[in-house]
Structure formats: C-alpha cells, structure tokens
Design a protein around this ligand. Structure first.
Ligand SMILES: [Zn+2]
Length: 332
C-alpha cells in the first residue's frame, strides 16, 4: 500500500522561526550584524558557501563581510556589504539570529575559476573558489535545519536578482522588511517574493506501472515524472490532467495530492500528486517531450541498475515520487 503523503523532502524540512514580526523593525539587521553570535550563510545564484561537500559553512557577520569584500573591486576589508544585501532568515530557539548575505553579481566565489585559489583567510580556515556548491546538488545531503534555511536564502536571493524594478511603473525598488519585500517609492506599491506553482505527478496505470518522460532538453538517459506550471486561472488538479495529456496523450482521472516542496530555481513551488491513468497509449510531441514510457518496478530496477535510466537527484520531489511508487530508496 502506498502511503498517502510523501516522506520528508530534502528542501522542505523543519527550519527555524522565520521571525516575521521582527522584519519591520528598523534596527533588526544592524543589531544582528553587531552581534558576533549571529550566523550568516553566503548565497549567490542558487549556490552556497560550504564546508566540505555536505554542510553549510556558517560565518560570523564580520567574516561574511570579508568574503563579500574579497570579491569586490577594492582591497579586501575595504568594501562593506550594503545593508540591503543582508537577509534575515530567522531566529534560533536560543535567540541566535540567522542571516544570509547576498554576494554581488560577479563575485568570484560563485563564478568559478581556479579551484585552488584562496579568496580570503578566515579564522576557521581559508575560503577558496571551490568552496561553493549548488543547493540543487547538495540539498539532499544537508541536514534538515540547514536545508530549510538554505532554501529560503536561495529563493529570496533569486527573487531580488530578477525583480529590481516596480512591475507597475518600472522605477527601481528598494529592499524592505529585512529582505522580505521591495517597495516602490514612486507609487508606494509593495512587492513580495514570487512563488510560481507547478505540478509534478506520478502517473500510474491500472497495472501499477509508472509513466516517466524524457524531455528533449535533458541529457541522454535522464527520465523523470511529468511536471509543468499551473496556468493562470487553473486549479492544480486541472493542471495535472492537462499537462499529462499535452505531454504524453495519456488521460488521467483521479488526482490525489501527496505533498509539496519549494524548488527555488528560481521560484517554483512543486505540488506533488499521484494520478490514475485511464488510457495507456503514449504520444509525445517530439519537441518538448522526446519520449515517454510505462515502467513496471522490475523494468525500472533493471534500467537504473544498467545505467540506461538516470533518475532525478536526491533533493528533488521527483525522486521522492518515483521512490514512493517503487517502494523505497534506490540503491546508490
Ligand atoms: Zn512603482
């Protein structure tokens, strides 16, 4: 029997108190920056500063500022990050404030280079270019606490990057509420982080086979559950039926919600469903979707073992949906 809800999803686990009531206080960021107990994660373009491969490298405000300055045009220590580059992520149970620092666009930490290059020496060790990792890649390895905070940081950073101007009048907006909104001083409008709903579904037929697709844009061998964005004026359930039919020609009737996951690349909320197919003939458009097919458990087991099928990464709800149907984690 397949359970009704998904197990813990890597990017959607418990996190700290988001402290929304503190965001309006003018002194909340200056006070946090003046406290050496405050913990900071550095974020840029979907990536994080890491310690080793699988943990966030937490910094003091002073050390985070040195990482920021090390990528700037002036001498290290010279350029303090502007206040609007800091985001309040939350407050721990013991009162410790947690911030993210948004590195600037061309910060060398986030844009590659010689891996051995050390950008700045900190008391707890050097920060090198290869200390950077994508949340998409490392998300499944982070502990629950850090995964939740890193997801919020990456989502906020992506939103600020892509929404510098007022959608009403086009004027530049300024950051407010400790990083959680932007305000247009020309027309007084307030703007909040965007989240775009998308549906992702495990489509199963009467023989309990799973429908997987191979999108034209994916590398060879990559197969995953079907997914797509919810359109304007559409329910999530309608989106499931429409997307499955558009992408594969398969007709779906019953649709059950099983769980959700933020997917901040850059701004999706993945709504996970299990859907029952009432037809099995597959017809792909050959443009967006290159191939789609039904798998029995034995067929998928063999295809994964032989390397013919590469499943989505462990941080994704797609992987969780496949494994929920399959009956447990795939080895390796
Ligand atoms: Zn405006």
């Amino acid at each position: 029997m397949i359970p009704d809800v998904l197990p813990d999803l890597p990017l959607a686990r418990a996190s700290v108190d988001r402290a929304a009531l503190l965001r309006d206080r003018q002194d909340v960021l200056p006070a946090a920056l003046a406290d050496p107990r405050t913990r900071v994660l550095a974020v840029r373009d979907g990536g994080l500063l890491l310690t080793g491969a699988a943990a966030v490298r937490w910094l003091t405000p002073a050390d985070a500022a040195r990482v920021y300055a090390a990528g700037g045009p002036g001498p290290a220590d010279a350029a303090a990050p502007p206040i609007d580059r800091w985001l309040l992520l939350g407050v721990e149970d013991d009162g410790t404030r947690v911030l993210a620092l948004r590195l600037h666009d061309r910060h060398p930490l986030s844009t590659g280079g010689e891996p051995a290059d050390v950008l700045v020496h900190l008391p707890d060790g050097p920060v090198a270019r290869d200390g950077w990792g994508s949340l998409r890649t490392v998300g499944a390895s982070l502990d629950a606490h850090d995964a939740g905070l890193a997801t919020a940081a990456v989502a906020l950073d992506a939103w600020h990057d892509r929404h510098p101007r007022c959608p009403r009048c086009g004027a530049p907006t300024r950051v407010a509420q400790a990083g959680w909104s932007r305000v247009c001083d020309v027309d007084g409008s307030e703007h909040y982080p965007r989240t775009d709903p998308a549906v992702i579904m495990a489509v199963v037929d009467a023989d309990d086979r799973l429908l997987l697709g191979h999108a034209a844009a994916w590398p060879a061998g990559r197969w995953s559950t079907l997914a797509g964005f919810v359109e304007a004026g559409e329910s999530a359930e309608q989106a499931v039926r429409r997307e499955v039919h558009e992408e594969t020609g398969v007709v779906v009737d019953e649709v059950d919600y099983v769980g959700s996951q933020p997917w901040p690349f850059p701004a999706s909320l993945m709504l996970g469903f299990r859907a029952r197919a009432t037809s099995t003939a597959v017809r792909v458009d050959g443009v967006e979707m290159a191939d789609a097919r039904w798998f029995t458990r034995d067929e998928l087991t063999a295809a994964v073992a032989s390397g013919d099928v590469l499943l989505p990464g462990g941080a994704s709800i797609a992987r969780a949906l496949v494994e929920q149907w399959w009956g447990g984690p795939f080895p390796g």
